[in-house]
Design a protein around this ligand. Structure first.
Ligand SMILES: [Zn+2]
Length: 249
């Protein structure tokens, strides 16, 4: 009895919960018990891809199109007939090598436990944590209902839930996917834009009005999806938008 109680206190002190006892946190690569979901030795394999870089949309456009964008007018930057609605992009890793391998595993191989690892990586970076704290709401990029039922989880929601628990920020699933789309990674840049056009809607605009919002997605490639969602949010009078992704291509 005393042993059980001491053991329970030990778990509590070390911030383990019931789920941790049934599925003890362990390194995603070698499987050794580790509450950060990665051991020091295996973490070295991710080290050189770590960025935790925040970029302003103005700089993003300059690098992408080699043109200087002037002031943020009417809630967007305009380049030709393209409009860019978000203010900042924060990416944690380069989408390469082992990072790519584990994100794909997480997305397509039913390996939901990887959400703990990725969320921990985001939250353990002090600079990122401080930035996230300055926002009001975090919105996961939604999935079609049928697709979610088939997979059993939406990989972005699992991570925003953990972020909500650890940062004083509210997770809101106000964006809904209303159109079936093709897999973005198989399409050209122009097709990606058309693919996500009118694919989303906002369920309750009042909940986001005047708020500082984070949109969370796993990978940033051309940014078509998050830009489309940003457009809806800006139309709903959101104050400013940070796009947070695990990795940028
Ligand atoms: Zn390991």
């Amino acid at each position: 009895m005393k042993f059980a109680f001491n053991f329970f206190c030990f778990l509590k002190e070390n911030k383990f919960n019931l789920l941790d006892i049934i599925f003890p946190p362990s390194c995603i690569i070698c499987g050794k018990l580790n509450k950060n979901y990665i051991c020091t030795k295996c973490e070295k394999r991710f080290e050189k891809f770590k960025k935790f870089n925040i970029i302003d949309n103005k700089k993003y456009i300059k690098d992408k199109f080699n043109i200087k964008c002037e002031n943020f007018k009417q809630n967007y930057y305009i380049v030709g007939d393209e409009k860019y609605y978000w203010e900042k992009l924060l990416y944690c890793f380069d989408y390469k090598s082992i990072v790519r391998k584990y994100i794909l595993k997480y997305k397509f191989n039913d390996e939901a436990y990887l959400s703990n690892f990725f969320a921990n990586q985001i939250l353990n970076n002090k600079k990122t944590y401080e930035i996230l704290k300055t926002y009001d709401i975090i919105i996961p990029v939604p999935m079609e209902k049928g697709k979610k039922l088939k997979r059993g989880y939406n990989q972005t929601e699992l991570i925003t839930k953990i972020i909500e628990k650890n940062v004083e920020i509210t997770e809101l699933k106000v964006v809904e996917k209303i159109k079936k789309t093709n897999t973005q990674s198989l399409l050209s840049q122009e097709m990606r834009k058309l693919n996500v056009e009118n694919a989303f809607c906002i369920k309750n605009e009042n909940l986001v009005k005047n708020k500082n919002v984070i949109i969370f997605d796993d990978i940033y490639t051309t940014g078509a999806t998050v830009n489309e969602i940003s457009k809806l949010l800006k139309n709903a009078k959101v104050n400013k938008i940070l796009v947070l992704v695990i990795a940028k291509d």
